[in-house]
Design a binder for this molecule. Sequence first.
Ligand SMILES: Nc1nc2c(ncn2[C@@H]2O[C@H](COP(=O)(O)OP(=O)(O)OP(=O)(O)O)[C@@H](O)[C@H]2O)c(=O)[nH]1
Ligand SMILES: [Mg+2]
Length: 363
Amino acid sequence: MHVSVIIPTYNEAENLPILIPQIFKIMHQNKLKAEVIIVDDDSPDRTWEIAQKLSSNLNMKVIRRINEKGLSSAVLEGFKHTESEILTVMDADLSHAPERIPEMVKLIQTGAADMVIGSRYIKNGKLKDWSYFRKFISKCATYMAKIVCDLRDPMSGFFSFKKQILNGVKLNPKGFKIGLEIIIKGNLKNITEIPITFTDRKFGESKLNQKVIFDYIFHLLALFSHKNPGPLEFLKFCVVGISGVFVNLFFYALMIYFFKISYLIAATISFCIAVSSNYYLNLNWTFRKNAVSPRGESYIKFVIISLVGYILNISVLYILVEKCGFHELISQLIAIIAATLNNFWGSKMWAFKKIRGQNANTN
Ligand SMILES: Nc1nc2c(ncn2[C@@H]2O[C@H](COP(=O)(O)OP(=O)(O)OP(=O)(O)O)[C@@H](O)[C@H]2O)c(=O)[nH]1
Ligand SMILES: [Mg+2]
């Protein structure tokens, strides 16, 4: 069996000469063929040079990126150069024991899992040399990840998976939790966690700082809205609806005051313009991730939904005022809510319905 091990590096010159021989030794002992791919962001300590020297008699590729930086994008770059069907991602700082790779690979090879995560937080998983404060922060971050998945250690940077699961999946190159990104965007269900002993780095410095906490929170929110697009889409739809009211009023005023057009004709034209501008914004913003085609058809559907919404608004208003004796203002508020829900639901499920297997823009 062939495995590609992808290792992002930044200033890991002291660690690579220890880690690389370990990986090949373990692989050899377990009759696994391995290629190691180092993606280095032009480290000032010349990690790339050390990697190149090590690669002279080993199955290794060394990618030195000059103008790019970032952990996730380095891993994604590494994926492009892999030749195996099973990929493993690990850190270079000796925190992740390569001895665990064969078990990960076996679970994938036998079909028991699509992804295997080296977990610090399951039975027999250990954290060596971590302060209580660091453990606490890590636990908090792991707990926060519960909003997107229910794994014990979804933040782990040590994992293996079938390359096939990346097919058709567009991953965000920003951030540092590429494992979590793959789990959510790849919609993975068959994941196994195996215990690892995570050892704190002895050489070199951590690249993580306070900024990553905010990056992490934004990343989680982005993944949450990817998994549950409804609430964010609804919010955007309402913003577009409010913008439509202003577009409508602007053109209405322009026509009656400037062009002296009759107010009923002006209202009809401004309604059409507002519907068109709402269509454009919903297509390119609210529902931009849904590949919609053909455009003319979705536009006609959107106009029909808007007209139905308008009729619904007037009908609900009439029934509440005339038949139920409600106050006109309260009635209009309820009628607007009913029309908005109708328009949103109709737009999501009909005019801008997601075409299966197609993504207009998944980023
Ligand atoms: N190519 C590349 N690799 C990076 C970058 N940032 C971090 N890495 C590597 O990614 C791995 C994980 O980074 P670490 O700094 O060890 O992060 P961590 O393991 O969460 O934290 P510590 O163990 O405390 O250092 C290491 O192999 C780093 O060298 C980057 O911007 N580009
Ligand atoms: Mg580390």
